[in-house]
Design a protein around this ligand. Structure first.
Ligand SMILES: *[C@@H]1O[C@H](CO)[C@@H](O)[C@H](O)[C@H]1NC(C)=O
Ligand SMILES: *[C@@H]1O[C@H](CO)[C@@H](O)[C@H](O)[C@H]1NC(C)=O
Ligand SMILES: *[C@@H]1O[C@H](CO)[C@@H](O)[C@H](O)[C@H]1NC(C)=O
Length: 596
């Protein structure tokens, strides 16, 4: 049956090319010759089959039968007597159509196939029809006169590319996958009793290698922002930042379902936007997609600069580029780095120790010593290091009780841990239940026009935590921010754990989830380096956050319990935090506390 299918395919192919086909058929197999397409309405037509010039419609030769009122002719089994020219003559409304098939009957299949290196090829071989197949056919390969036996049915490592498709079947076709130049040669298929069934000459064609990559066709500089005063630029970046932040958080929480988490989407997007300056073509699209900015948003760098300047009172952002002096940075990238990111590319030093120290010093300086260590060593192969640091300092608008106190935090597994508290029996705070997020939310006002939002799930269980997290889409979070802005603050008892989060999530995985795998493989950074010789090999992110009595940094307070009848907000179980710039209307930090 499979042979027929293969031949059918060949026939249909040849019909499209000409009305005459030439087929080589192995003696003993079956064959079906179509006269017209099956859709043809034969009611009005008369069909005549002619074999070697003789009308055979009335008296078909041995082993020939007609199907579908002559619409096709079936030969089974094919014998040398069937060799010759078959013509199918159709007469309808005085119109005559003729279709010819030239059949050559061969003892075995003898063909030459050209395949492209790396593709796969089927080597056909069919055992003569018999009631039962007792043994597989034997396959041989001949190269330069040397004959080797192939064992396609063996499942050894060596034969993984070679497969006998249907063991103990009439069809003894083998498949060669991922062809290599060495696969070229003559293949023989023989039956168990030594009868040659097919001879297949495989020619492997090596595809021409791609022309060397050139940056010539990509623009050097990032295109200018045409309308710096556009009203849409700022909200566009705000939306992108929120969407990006929630996307990041959702990827992270999948990777780390129950541990503490902390990232600064601001810093990650700052670094990615900076890299975007030098990205072209597919790499540019990938980064734009990752940071959720539209492709034609030429003003993205200008708006990033404006955002950085706007936030400067509370969040300081700095960028830096260190490069290997043996590498050429394009002038436009250097220029635009300074223009938009205030980062003047600096040369790396001689040794790994000097570079490690230089980078950790920079990090410590730009995070105001909140993070003093980022890298353990810098490989001598390093070509370029792009850094982005943010430092935030916000004081509570209402101070907590300065007397330190301890309380019990209930972890996800129900265990209790003793923690120092931030407590106030009468604290001015906006608090409400946000139905859409299934969370109790409190907003703590900070200096610098920022707020800390704490989202408290219904209970300490993983299920309730996950329920809130799943609902935290960018739209839901924006709606929450709006709802909280209209919620009047009231005096309530407040208890928060004093926490110090220092987290370093696996950014390599996160980048892959963001669709940035190509940065690790073959990025197009033509705008940055004209030789385009850079690939990403490591991404790190470390975030630190402390809730203190002064604000988002250090402090102490008293606990509050649920048994009280007046409204209270007690974050003594796992919660999610969002540090938000109310001024710029963008998220600055986002995290989760499951164990203070
Ligand atoms: C088919 O066979 C006829 C007669 O043998 C010959 O004249 C003709 O050229 C052949 N056509 C093809 C396409 O092989
Ligand atoms: C950098 O540019 C200079 C001058 O154009 C060139 O000679 C050198 O080969 C380039 N370096 C690399 C690593 O391609
Ligand atoms: C960072 O470096 C600058 C310039 O060297 C210096 O003035 C500043 O005090 C440093 N800041 C910290 C926190 O070390």
């Amino acid at each position: 049956m499979r042979l027929q299918a293969v031949l059918y395919l060949l026939l249909q192919l040849s019909f499209e090319l000409s009305s005459c086909s030439h087929l080589r058929v192995i003696s003993g197999t079956s064959l079906e010759l179509p006269c017209l397409s099956p859709q043809f309405d034969s009611a009005e037509a008369t069909i005549t089959w002619i074999f070697n010039g003789k009308d055979i419609s009335e008296q078909p030769p041995p082993s020939v039968r007609y199907k579908n009122n002559g619409l096709s002719l079936s030969i089974s089994p094919v014998t040398p007597a069937n060799e010759g020219q078959y013509a199918c003559l159709v007469k309808e409304n005085n119109i005559e159509t003729i279709r010819m098939h030239n059949i050559t009957v061969v003892a075995s299949l003898d063909i030459t196939i050209k395949v492209n290196q790396g593709s796969e090829v089927n080597l056909l071989c069919f055992l003569p029809p018999s009631s039962q197949v007792m043994a597989n056919a034997h396959w041989f390969k001949e190269t330069d006169g040397v004959r080797t036996v192939l064992n396609p049915e063996d499942d050894t490592v060596d034969n993984k590319r070679l497969n006998l498709l249907y063991p103990l079947d009439q069809d003894q076709t083998i498949l060669i996958k991922d062809t290599v130049v060495e696969d070229a040669g003559i293949y023989y298929c023989e039956s168990a009793d030594g009868k040659r069934l097919s001879t297949i000459n495989i020619i492997i064609e090596v595809l021409p290698t791609k022309p060397p990559f050139s940056c010539d066709k990509f623009p050097r500089a990032w295109e200018p922002c045409q309308d710096e005063n556009s009203r849409t630029g700022e909200p566009m970046l705000q939306e992108s930042m929120t969407e990006f932040s929630m996307k990041l958080y959702s990827y992270l929480r999948e990777s780390y379902p129950s541990s503490n988490l902390l990232i600064s989407p601001m810093s990650i997007s700052g670094a990615l936007s900076h890299l975007l300056l030098g990205a072209r073509d597919k790499t540019r699209k990938a980064i734009e997609w990752a940071v959720c900015v539209p492709h034609d948003f030429h003003c993205v760098h200008f708006q990033m600069k404006k955002l950085r300047e706007k936030l400067a009172g509370s969040l300081e952002m700095a960028s830096q580029i260190y490069y290997n002096p043996q590498m050429n940075l394009t002038e436009s990238f250097t220029h635009q780095s300074i223009q938009f990111y205030e980062a003047e590319p600096t040369r790396l030093l001689e040794t790994s120790e000097e570079n490690t120290q230089m980078i950790n010093n920079w990090v410590a300086n730009k995070t105001k010593n909140k993070i003093t260590h980022l890298v353990d060593s810098i490989s001598p192969n390093t070509q370029l290091i792009l850094l982005n640091a943010v430092s935030f300092n916000g004081q509570w608008m209402v101070k907590f009780n300065p007397k330190p106190k301890k309380g019990l935090f209930t972890k996800l597994d129900g265990d209790l841990v003793k923690v120092p508290l931030l407590y106030h029996h009468n604290y001015m705070v906006a608090m409400t239940h946000v139905a859409q997020l299934k969370a109790q939310v409190a907003r703590f006002a900070l200096s610098g026009d920022s707020s800390l939002y704490i989202l408290l799930p219904r209970s300490n269980t993983v299920a309730d935590l996950q329920q809130v997290e799943e609902r935290m889409t960018d739209t839901a979070v924006r709606q929450m921010i709006e709802q909280m802005k209209t919620t009047s603050p009231a005096f309530i008892e407040v208890t928060l754990p004093q926490i110090k989060l220092d987290d370093q999530p696996d950014m390599n995985i996160l980048f892959k989830k963001l669709g940035l795998s190509s940065l690790f493989e073959d990025p197009n950074l033509c705008g940055l380096n004209f030789e385009n010789s850079l690939v990403l090999d490591d991404v790190r992110h470390r975030a630190f956050l402390a809730l203190t009595e002064q604000g988002v940094e250090a402090g102490a307070v008293t606990a509050m319990s649920f048994s009280r009848s007046f409204p209270s907000f007690t974050a003594l179980r796992p919660f999610i935090m969002l540090l938000w710039s109310d001024l710029a209307n963008v998220p600055l930090f986002i995290g989760r506390v499951t164990e203070p």
